[in-house]
Design a protein around this ligand. Structure first.
Ligand code: PAF
Length: 292
């Protein structure tokens, strides 16, 4: 496995399958690396804790950085190269790294932008810069950060030929046995909080059994409160635009952000599609009897 620090060292890796990360790797990241390897081109993992996607007062300084362990895990999972840039390789002092136009899905009302304004501008800035440097044929990203996945997909679609042929591949969320979605921030949870953190998974799982977005949202709220979670949002949205969904007759996603003390957790789940009432009625029209 090669350890790359500069844009020049990266050049021969163009056309690979790329897994951008901020390190503190867990089984969710390792599943992304495994999926990237299956794409059949060299796999490049980046590890860079991007300052521009953290607001002042967020956890940038204390974000875990176990670099030696991360490199060992990348090696064990067969990554061909790890890009571990210094901040100056991403944001050179003599270069203004542009923020690409923000896709509409980044500012879908009531979601991340309400709680973390500016976050997706920082994500788009660093991911666009990484794509420019790595020049991958595919980037594999987790569905755990579903809005981020949609934002990056939309950014690439809107970028025309800037990254020719680049495909964004979403990978299902990896969970603990009790359902808690894996996240580097789970390391912040104390033993008492860990028990309540599973409330996000329970709320989402209940939501998927309910017939309308409104009912699903009410039940998610109840479940989260029972677990002592302080809710930032618990909503059902259209899976593509993340705008409010009136029914479950189109693809939708339940999304939650909630806090346990100082720890912020997010999770999401696809909702089953329910036929619209019209389709249901048509489905129940008895077929005409066979002619005699
Ligand atoms: O999901 C993450 O770890 C980060 O937001 C990303 C995509 C690596 C950009 O810094």
């Amino acid at each position: 496995m090669r350890l790359l620090r500069t844009a020049d060292e990266l050049r021969p890796m163009a056309g690979g399958a790329f897994v951008p990360t901020m390190g503190a790797l867990h089984a969710g990241h390792l599943a992304l690396i495994d999926a990237a390897r299956h794409l059949g081109t060299p796999t490049i993992v980046s590890i860079f804790v991007n300052p521009t996607q953290f607001a002042p007062g967020e956890d940038f300084d204390r974000y875990p950085r176990p670099v030696d362990r991360d490199l060992e895990l990348c090696r064990a999972h067969g990554a061909d190269a790890v890009f571990l840039p210094a901040a100056t390789a991403i944001y050179p002092p003599d270069l203004e790294v542009p923020v690409p136009p923000l896709p509409a899905v980044a500012t879908a009302p009531g979601l991340e932008d309400r709680i973390r304004p500016g976050h997706f501008a920082g994500v788009c800035q660093v991911v666009a810069r990484l794509f420019d440097l790595v020049r991958p044929c595919a980037a594999v990203l987790g569905e755990k950060d579903y809005q981020q996945l949609r934002v990056i997909t939309a950014m690439v679609e809107a970028a025309g030929n800037r990254w020719p042929g680049l495909r964004i591949v979403g990978h299902p969320t990896v969970r603990e046995p009790d359902g808690l979605a894996l996240s580097s921030r789970n390391a912040y949870l104390g033993p008492d909080e860990r028990g309540d953190a599973v409330g996000l998974f329970r709320a989402l799982r209940k939501a998927t059994t309910l017939p309308t977005p409104d009912i699903a949202e009410c039940i998610m709220l109840d479940t989260l409160q029972v677990h002592g979670l302080s809710v930032e949002y618990a909503v059902v949205r259209r899976a593509d635009s993340l705008l409010p969904a009136e029914s479950l007759s189109v693809p939708t996603r339940a999304l939650i952000a909630a806090r346990l003390g100082a720890v912020r957790l997010i999770d999401n789940m696809p909702m089953p599609i329910h036929p619209s009432p019209a389709v249901e009625i048509l489905g129940r029209v008895p077929s005409s009897p066979d002619p005699p």
